[in-house]
Design a protein around this ligand. Structure first.
Ligand SMILES: Nc1ncnc2c1ncn2[C@@H]1O[C@H](COP(=O)(O)OP(=O)(O)O)[C@@H](O)[C@H]1O
Ligand SMILES: [Mg+2]
Length: 408
């Protein structure tokens, strides 16, 4: 039997620095004014030679760190994004629920979008009308049906999108991790509906960060990493191996999966406490130089960026901040990965403390901000043995003397 989804050598290339966020950047605008092509940027593969099959009636989970290419894969399969190479074959009607902002026509109302999605799925008007009430019920009522979708909150958007994807009788259902947006009760209804569809022989491709859910819902899983398939097989086995990767990340300083804020044009991808040669240190010896190395991956050229490294206690209070602007240092980012180092000299933290390092990056807009990017234990040498290890005795120790002085 033919597989329901066949992906062969799929590649999606993006031009670095072209991610449209707030339109063109200054160089691109100038290039346009002077009718010159922007400086050729490196190509970057969001998907790189991806191949796998999904059999009819199978539910398959797609997992991987942020930026691995999961959403891009789902967009290519839903024909929202054109592949740069390779092929996809889909046998059956595809209903998809992608990242908020894709799939709907923003100017049309909820009602109009239901009909539009149905006709994209190849359904007749009568067939759609038959499913209409179930969709409205599932989405939680009629009150927003005649509002243009661009006015919807992300919660409302996801409700309607899932209701459409799950009720317009798709043979293949493709779901990105958008379900995280809804409330718990709505999420449960969605998962129940997906299980129902899976049992009735529909084919499901499902992205999630929830490693408990994937083996419950899916028999098989595919793990992507930097655009490539790195594991496929039994869902329990693949999710367990992926969780091990995440543990190894914590040790190696990999930040790609950390919660963060910022617009993401440039991101901290690794950070660690370093020795003088830049190698990672297991812990910090009080009084040495406290050196934080970071690797920043940028998709844009940003010639004037400020960065901050903040050291805080485990209880959350800031001990010291280092800010590039304070010392007149300007970081200049190019597309790709660059490394920077911030060194606090002779940092006499009290042995026994656990320190948290926060990172921040901005070019006027916050590009990336990661809390607790590095966790550091402070230890002492034998010469520190006289010092109290009690965290209540202060975060730093200075050299100090006591002596008696003449009275009066
Ligand atoms: N339109 C785009 N232009 C340029 N780069 C993009 C675009 N869409 C996604 N990317 C990049 O492709 C990579 C994969 O993104 P994505 O598929 O969203 O990953 P995931 O869903 O696994 O987090 C990321 O590095 C992302 O920044
Ligand atoms: Mg995604």
């Amino acid at each position: 039997m033919h597989p329901a989804i066949r992906v062969q050598h799929l590649t999606k290339q993006y031009r670095l620095g072209t991610r449209a966020r707030g339109g063109l950047n200054l160089t691109e605008r100038l290039a346009r004014v002077f009718r010159r092509a922007p400086t050729p940027a490196a190509d970057f593969r969001a998907l790189d030679d991806v191949s796998f099959d999904v059999h009819r009636g199978e539910a398959v989970g797609v997992i991987g760190r942020n930026g691995a290419g999961k959403s891009t894969l789902l967009k290519v399969l839903s024909r929202i994004v054109e592949p740069s190479g390779g092929r996809v074959e889909l046998r059956g009607r595809v209903g998809s629920l992608l990242e908020v902002g894709t799939g709907f026509h923003p100017e049309l109302t909820g009602r109009e979008n239901v009909y539009l999605s149905g006709s994209v799925l190849g359904m007749s008007r009568r067939e759609i009308t038959r499913g209409f009430d179930a969709i409205v019920n599932f989405a939680g009522g009629e009150q927003f049906l005649d509002t243009p979708v661009k006015r919807y909150s992300s919660g409302m958007y996801v409700r309607l999108a899932f209701a459409i994807a799950a009720h317009l009788e798709p043979e293949i259902l493709i779901v990105d991790e958008v379900l995280a947006v809804g409330d718990a009760a709505f999420q449960k209804r969605c998962l129940d509906r997906m299980a129902e569809l899976a049992q009735s022989g529909r084919t499901i491709l499902f992205v999630s960060h929830n490693m408990q859910l994937i083996p419950l819902l899916c028999k098989r899983a595919v793990q992507l990493e930097r655009g490539r398939v790195v594991r496929t097989g039994d869902a329990g086995t693949v999710t367990a191996a992926y969780l091990n990767d995440l543990l190894a990340d914590a040790k190696s300083g990999d930040l790609r999966d950390k919660p963060r804020t910022g617009d993401g044009r440039a991101r901290f991808v690794r950070a660690w406490l370093a020795d003088d040669a830049g190698r990672p240190l297991a812990h910090f010896v009080s009084g040495a130089d406290f050196t934080v190395r970071v690797e920043i991956e940028s998709s844009v050229a940003a010639p004037n960026v400020s960065a901050a490294v903040v050291i805080a206690t485990q209880y959350g209070s800031r001990v010291v901040t280092s800010w590039t602007s304070e010392v007149g240092y300007r970081a200049s980012l190019k597309p790709g990965i660059q490394a920077f180092e911030c060194k606090f000299r002779d940092a006499t933290f009290r042995p026994g403390h656990t320190l948290l390092v926060h990172l921040w990056l901005s070019d006027g807009e916050v590009l990336d901000s990661v809390e607790n990017a590095v966790v550091v234990e402070v230890v002492g040498e034998p010469e520190h043995d006289h010092l109290s290890r009690d965290a209540n005795q202060g975060v730093v120790v200075f050299d100090y003397d006591w002596r008696e002085v003449p009275a009066g």
